[in-house]
Ligand binder design. Structure first.
Ligand SMILES: O=P(O)(O)OC[C@H]1O[C@H](O)[C@H](O)[C@@H](O)[C@@H]1O
Length: 291
């Protein structure tokens, strides 16, 4: 059974949070499952991780989840929108920071006929202080309805890099074009200076790029839909697809699944989040579908 169906059919019910939100236990994770007239979605409390989002009038998820995703404590989930914080990348351990592998707290749920809003928070604990010696407060706000808005707020005295590492569902990666990325990028797969990216981007091999001058809106142009990705207070946009060999090497990705997603990530890499004690900062993304 596809994993999203398994989540929706899971009878391991913990509690009813509101009319459109139920909490369930799915393997080792506690999930909030959202079933609203305008959309279906789920969020894991580990990582404040949006697992998928599908507006009701869409035939397939816009925010995509791997069918082989692992729901084990302390392991990153493949798909959805992982929160990479307080560092992006794998030069430090754990890769992409610890925010995606620790439990957050659900603070607030509100719903009306426009959708569901959920707020989750994370503060330093003995565990996080072992990874990173700073006190901090984080909040993730989700507004899920006809559009999907995700915003990370940070408070503390530190400098951090971060990404909302969104996975988007596509019909066939070979048919997809991405627009709005700008011309300048760092190619993480090559040490040679890359050529300028002229016009739009298409895919015929592995891609791992940090676009450093992106426009505020990226578009994923697919056969039957265009996904509009509006970035707020961001500095960079990362585009990633592992292609054939890397997908085969990842146990949480089915061999052919690289064809059905692309990551377009809203990032703070070259302008890190820099805070002094009385300050707070936020950045985010709003996703919608155009026909
Ligand atoms: O496997 P993960 O730790 O989730 O990282 C998946 C990918 O994330 C980003 O897109 C990075 O730019 C890639 O280099 C990395 O492979």
């Amino acid at each position: 059974m596809p994993i999203i169906q398994a989540i929706q059919n899971c009878r391991n019910h913990i509690k009813t949070i509101s009319q459109h939100v139920n909490q369930i236990q799915f393997d080792e994770h506690t999930l909030c499952v959202i079933d609203h007239p305008l959309c279906q979605a789920a969020i894991s409390l580990q990582g404040a991780h949006l697992l998928y989002w599908q507006p009701t009038d869409e035939a397939s998820p816009v925010v995509w989840l791997s069918d082989n995703a692992l729901f084990k404590r302390g392991k990153a989930i493949r798909g959805g929108i992982p929160v990479c914080w307080p560092w992006f990348g794998n030069t430090l351990s754990p890769a992409h920071g610890f925010a995606r592998i620790v439990d957050w707290q659900l603070k607030y749920v509100h719903e009306d006929d426009q959708g569901v809003e959920l707020l989750l928070s994370l503060h330093q604990t003995d565990e996080t202080l072992q990874y990173w010696p700073h006190e901090f407060g984080l909040e993730m706000r989700f507004q899920l309805g006809k559009t999907c808005k995700v915003e990370l707020s940070c408070q503390g005295d530190f400098s951090a890099t971060s990404a909302l590492h969104s996975y988007f569902g596509v019909s066939d990666i070979h048919q997809v074009t991405i627009e709005g990325l700008g011309a300048d990028y760092i190619d993480k797969l090559s040490t040679v200076n890359p050529p300028k990216n002229v016009g739009s981007m298409t895919f015929d091999q592995e891609v791992d790029r940090i676009y450093t001058q992106p426009e505020p809106i990226s578009y994923i142009k697919d056969r039957h839909r265009s996904i509009k990705i509006q970035h707020f207070t961001y500095s960079d946009v990362v585009v990633w697809n592992p292609w054939v060999e890397k997908a085969k090497a990842m146990s949480d990705l089915a061999d052919n699944s690289y064809q059905h997603f692309v990551c377009v990530e809203t990032c703070r890499i070259h302008h890190p989040i820099m805070l002094t004690p009385q300050q707070f900062a936020r950045y985010g993304v709003e996703i919608s579908v155009e026909k």
